[in-house]
Design a protein around this ligand. Sequence first.
Ligand code: FNR
Length: 183
Amino acid sequence: MVKVALISGSLRQGSISTKIAKSVGELFPEGYEAQLVEIGNLPIYNEDIDTESNTPAEYAAFRKTIKESDAVLFVTPEYNRSITGALKNALDVASRPYGQSAWDGKPAGVISQSFGNLSGFGANHHLRQILVVLNMPTVQQPEVYLANSHQLFDENDKMNESTTEFLQSFVNTFVDLINRYQR
Ligand code: FNR
């Protein structure tokens, strides 16, 4: 089974990012398992509490989950033209200890969304900048910027057809990328 970690940058209960992540998770083919990974429980990264002999249990569990994943799909809202603090924190946590980053070499996908027309472009590209140093080969095309995101779902949280179709083509490309990196 190929494991895909779904990471939503929003901690909000009614988060559209999380809804998108769950919907996209269902578009992976047979043999793939896409699961939402919690990031809201991670203490703000602090080297003083992350030592060789002692590290928060949440850090250890999160790093293990990412290490055991074959790929990572990020769905991010935009906060002040960047990613959320929660997402940056999660990226920082699993990038340590130095030389043992859990992200290293994992194929990644990036989706940004916003309620307005800007569609999280700033967040999308700030995240892409971080994925360079984390050495995560990332789907380049199609780029996914979802505008007016609160209108993508019906009252039963079902995503509309044209967006689903577009995201299916994105997932197909992501799967091709993942397959290239499968050991
Ligand atoms: C926002 N929002 C926002 N939207 C945007 O398009 N560009 C931005 O820079 C910001 N900045 C911003 C800062 C902060 C602190 C908040 C709380 C919100 C609105 C934001 O895009 C909207 O709340 C999210 O789309 C909600 O995503 P979730 O929580 O539904 O996943």
